[in-house]
Design a protein around this ligand. Sequence first.
Ligand code: CA
Length: 226
Amino acid sequence: MQPSVLVVEDEQAQREILAYNLAAEGFRVIEAADGTEALLLIEEETLDLILLDWMLPGTSGIEVCRQIKAKPAFRTIPVIMISARSEEVDKVRGLETGADDYIVKPYSVIELLARVKAQLRRSRPGSVGVRLVYEEIVLDAETHKVFRGRNELKLGPTEFRLLTTFMEKPGRVWSREQLLDRVWGRDIYIDTRTVDVHIGRLRKVLGHHGEVDLIRTVRGAGYALG
Ligand code: CA
């Protein structure tokens, strides 16, 4: 469940440093050199976070941020604005546009990575090792162990990623296509029926005799936890 981070930065050397350090932390990194490319990639990729330089040729970072936050499908993706401008008024403007955080150049890579992880702890907690709890189920992303009450549940790697996805957003309905993107990755072609097979396995491990399934089938839409 590697989080995908889009780095939008026109200065190649800076972009490469960011990409290198993010990849070293285990992130999947996608790079864009300007705002137009960034907006295309946002449509194409399933992203977990966007690092966005303010000063870009053509469409400015602030305009890119405004456009991302105006679209319901992308609004929840955390955006961290990177700017060479340290004035308080710029910071306020950045955050008013909907950016989730704001960091000033020159920044330390350690600080930037800490801010990235802080955002992901809220939006994708399972991807940064946070323990997830839903009713009596506890999923420890660090040790890859899952418990229901006192009993450890044995899950395969795909079922583990499925359960992580569900537990990050209890109640959210996921379509089969969204689950394929999130759990299997967008680059691999897999039939949507594969999702049903793994949901079946997950239910079998989670389920207790006589109880309602924790994973709910939403007719015509997909699956949800609870
Ligand atoms: Ca720039």
